[in-house]
Design a protein around this ligand. Structure first.
Ligand code: HEC
Ligand code: HEC
Ligand code: HEC
Ligand code: HEC
Ligand code: HEC
Ligand code: HEC
Ligand code: HEC
Ligand code: HEC
Length: 392
């Protein structure tokens, strides 16, 4: 019996109203086994109300792998260890769900996630160790040295509360420490009810956060040959292929996850060790060694050139500080911003673009800015020295 018919069976009262929604809707057949009474209770009952209140929530769930496997609404919504309980129309649910509500069934993925930069280091990039337990900090530091044990970012005080919550946190809370003792959220990449690998494999899912001048990965991807091919051939890719057997026959054009997360053709998933050799193995699933070597040797030269320009910029600013010409906290002098833009925007972008096939970002959003800001720094430094009566 399909979920839909169970749903209707247990909700005779609403059948007519719902019928109007359902009749004309082409929907994938959900092949569930005969659902248990518990399933009917814990999903049918919830859906009875929520299909009326938030149709989209119930519909996304119905289409998910979870519904097909008989995972109920309550399986996720019941309070996990350490969560506040709330009475809810005859059920007890948690008021706030976290990675803790997924971990009960996906413990090994949760552990994989904890090792990654999407866990504690993402949060610490804004707030430092705040909210993290000493054990959590120590754990993450083993795999991402320097990622978590650090002070809050200077922008936290410079920009303040609301900008942090509605800005930085929207992206960096993927690794937020939760009240129940877990870290992070799984739904940034999988959504709450769709819970799909197909969604997580889409570049735009990563592009929610990996965008903008300081980490233009989605823009770089979109203009790379890979991004162009993806746009042209997405329909032909098997975006929902089973992760255990994922191959280049399913995904013959790479998305972000193919290179960074998937472990295609039986390659071990890239883990916290971001070994370049591993990435070259990923390229090798689709390319010849000669092409890969050419891309890497060119990109390594861009990295070396960029690092040299950033070092030059840094020595100008460090020199001014050392000579007492720059005072006050970080980001209280215009030149701090010029230098920040130089390394954080132009420098980082040009390096990522060189590896990921974004010529425009190597040049116009990368090296051009490096050159322009280097001249600006030299000019501003000379002015400051002149103003202080020193020799330029
Ligand atoms: C008798 C109807 C009814 C049933 C049964 C029901 N709910 Fe609700 N639920 C509601 C109403 C009404 C709200 C409040 C909606 C609003 O604020 O717009 C709500 C709110 C919620 C919220 C949001 C809570 C919050 O504070 O943000 C969640 C999550 C939720 N329900 C999940 C469930 C789950 C899971 C089940 C089954 C285990 C369930 N509900 C069963 C009627 C129901
Ligand atoms: C895979 C786990 C999972 C399943 C299964 C699941 N939910 Fe949810 N649901 C979540 C998560 C995670 C949230 C976000 C809660 C939060 O922000 O604290 C959520 C949020 C909600 C909300 C609030 C939505 C909003 O946008 O305000 C409602 C209502 C809800 N779920 C109802 C249901 C119902 C009804 C079912 C079954 C038909 C269901 N959920 C099945 C994980 C799940
Ligand atoms: C009660 C157990 C249970 C809970 C809780 C649970 N899952 Fe699952 N999940 C499953 C099962 C079972 C499957 C199907 C596995 C399979 O087909 O091999 C699955 C599959 C998935 C998939 C793969 C879907 C696909 O497209 O193939 C994702 C992604 C996923 N879950 C994410 C989540 C997230 C995120 C949460 C928490 C919000 C969560 N799950 C909570 C049991 C659970
Ligand atoms: C649009 C999403 C988004 C917003 C908003 C955002 N970040 Fe980020 N941030 C990212 C992503 C994605 C990365 C990783 C990209 C990379 O490594 O290239 C990152 C990287 C960083 C890093 C470097 C990595 C590290 O661990 O040191 C720092 C520091 C940082 N962000 C701080 C902040 C602060 C502070 C704010 C708010 C003032 C902020 N970010 C706002 C998405 C965002
Ligand atoms: C940064 C994005 C991101 C986050 C955060 C994330 N995932 Fe995933 N997840 C993915 C991608 C991408 C895949 C597909 C990998 C592939 O192509 O095989 C995946 C695959 C999965 C699968 C499919 C089964 C498997 O073995 O691969 C499950 C289940 C899953 N994730 C659960 C979770 C849970 C639980 C969390 C939270 C602890 C989580 N994910 C956090 C991106 C993410
Ligand atoms: C909710 C926002 C968000 C989403 C969605 C997201 N990321 Fe991230 N990602 C971040 C943040 C924040 C960091 C920076 C963590 C740090 O270093 O502090 C990061 C770091 C990374 C890094 C490591 C960078 C490094 O310096 O080691 C890679 C690779 C990455 N993300 C890939 C992905 C891929 C692939 C996806 C999609 C499957 C994805 N991300 C989805 C926010 C996100
Ligand atoms: C063809 C493979 C490929 C694709 C597709 C790809 N990347 Fe990359 N990415 C790389 C390589 C190679 C690097 C250079 C560093 C490395 O080897 O890890 C890199 C660097 C990065 C970094 C910086 C990591 C660091 O060490 O500082 C982030 C973050 C990132 N990519 C995210 C993404 C996102 C998000 C997407 C999709 C919008 C994407 N990548 C698509 C291959 C790829
Ligand atoms: C899943 C398969 C796949 C993976 C993995 C992959 N690519 Fe590609 N790549 C393609 C496809 C498909 C094209 C475009 C088709 C063509 O022109 O042959 C392409 C095109 C390119 C091009 C443009 C070639 C040209 O002259 O037009 C470069 C450069 C490239 N890839 C580099 C890389 C690098 C470097 C990696 C690893 C970091 C990588 N690719 C990983 C499938 C892949």
């Amino acid at each position: 019996m399909s979920f839909r018919s169970v749903f209707i069976a247990v909700t005779v009262a609403f059948a007519l109203i719902l019928g109007a929604f359902l009749v004309n809707r082409a929907r994938p057949k959900i092949e569930t086994e005969q659902p248990t009474a518990d399933f009917v209770r814990a999903s049918g009952k919830c859906a009875e109300c929520h299909a009326r209140l938030q149709y989209s929530v119930v519909h996304e769930y119905e289409m998910s792998a979870h519904a097909k496997k008989g995972i109920t609404c309550l399986d996720c919504h019941q309070p996990a260890d350490g969560q506040k309980k709330e009475d809810h129309h005859g059920f007890v649910i948690s008021t706030h769900l976290t990675a803790g509500n997924c971990r009960s069934c996906h413990e090994s993925i949760y552990q994989e996630f904890l090792h990654s930069r999407h866990a504690a280091p993402s949060w610490a990039a804004i707030y430092g160790e705040k909210g993290l337990s000493p054990e959590q900090v120590a754990f993450s530091e083993q795999y991402q040295p320097g990622g978590t044990k650090r002070p809050p970012h200077p922008f936290v005080t410079a920009e303040g509360g609301a900008a942090m919550v509605s800005g930085c946190e929207q992206c960096h809370a993927v690794g937020k420490p939760n009240d129940d003792g877990t870290i992070g959220s799984c739904t940034n990449c999988h959504s709450r009810h769709t819970s799909s690998v197909a969604l997580a494999r889409r570049p735009s899912t990563c592009g929610q956060c990996h965008m903008g001048p300081d980490h233009s990965q989605i823009e770089i991807y979109d203009e790379s040959k890979h991004g162009v091919m993806f746009a042209a051939q997405e329909r032909l890719l098997k975006m929902d292929a089973d992760p255990k057997t994922l191959s280049t026959r399913d995904m013959f054009v790479p998305t972000c996850s193919t290179c960074h997360m998937s472990g295609i053709n039986g390659l071990k998933r890239p883990n916290y060790l971001r070994a370049q050799a591993k990435m070259k193995q990923v390229c090798a699933q689709c390319h010849t060694q000669a092409l890969i070597d050419r891309v890497y040797s060119q990109a390594e030269q861009v990295v070396a050139g960029t690092n040299a320009k950033v070092t030059d910029g840094k020595s100008i600013v460090d020199g001014l500080r050392k000579d007492g010409l720059l005072n006050g906290p970080p980001f209280s002098n215009p030149i701090d911003f010029t230098y920040f833009d130089l390394w954080h925007y132009d420098g980082r972008t040009s390096k990522h673009a060189a590896f990921m096939g974004g010529a425009d970002f190597v040049q116009w959003h990368g090296n051009y800015g490096l050159l322009q800001k280097t001249v600006q720094l030299q000019h501003d430094a000379a002015e400051l020295r002149r103003a202080h009566g020193a020799r330029p």
